[in-house]
Design a protein around this ligand. Structure first.
Ligand SMILES: Cc1cc2nc3c(=O)[nH]c(=O)nc-3n(C[C@H](O)[C@H](O)[C@H](O)COP(=O)(O)O)c2cc1C
Length: 171
């Protein structure tokens, strides 16, 4: 079974998540290719997909949603896991819970194109330049913090659950 992990990343943190998931799948014996969505050739040669994008304005980056739309027939009937990398985890308390609700909007757009096994919203890296000067002020006023919020434990656990599901499909 050949697995494609493909991602779209503007500032690099989604690429890091995709790399880590790839590492987990490989460590468990799967045949995995890691590509930016812009560099995927021959998507039809893969049997399973883990696809992710950074979130901008509560949606996947255009390169990632274009990839999904273009490959919708290839993806149809194959196992597809989706992940998004945004910023809710950089907020606290009620603001974090409110920000997490964006997952519904992100996913609703993706479900028009593909039916995934599962979708996960992770938090990536937020710096004082991510949202611009005014955005940074608003973000701080909401209790937001700057930093690398990638929860490697949760990311690796999710990767391991994908590896298990793929192993079940092989047997
Ligand atoms: C222009 C812009 C818009 C963003 N909009 C959102 C958003 O709507 N929701 C969210 O959770 N994060 C948003 N973010 C934060 C990014 O998703 C977050 O920083 C993520 O780690 C970026 O991934 P990347 O490093 O792979 O580009 C935005 C960032 C930028 C630069």
């Amino acid at each position: 079974m050949r697995v494609l992990v493909a991602y779209a990343s503007a500032a690099g943190s989604t690429a890091g998540v995709a790399e880590r998931i790839t590492g987990v799948l490989q460590a468990r014996g799967h045949d995995v290719a890691l590509r930016s969505v812009d560099d995927v050739e021959g998507a039809e040669h893969y049997d399973a997909f883990v696809l992710g994008s950074a979130v901008h304005n509560q949606a996947w980056l255009p390169s990632a949603s274009d990839f999904l739309a273009k490959q919708r027939l290839v993806l149809h009937g194959k196992p597809v896991w989706l992940f998004s990398v945004g910023s809710p985890g950089a907020l606290r308390g009620p603001f974090r819970r409110w920000a997490m609700l964006e997952e519904n909007d992100i996913l609703a757009r993706l479900l028009d194109i593909v039916t995934p096994v599962e979708h996960r919203l992770f938090t990536g890296v937020v710096t004082n330049t991510t949202f611009g000067r005014l955005g940074a002020l608003v973000f701080r006023a909401l209790g937001g913090r700057f930093g690398d919020f990638r929860d490697w434990d949760a990311i690796e656990k999710w990767g391991a659950s994908i590896a298990d599901a793929l192993a079940d499909q092989k047997s």
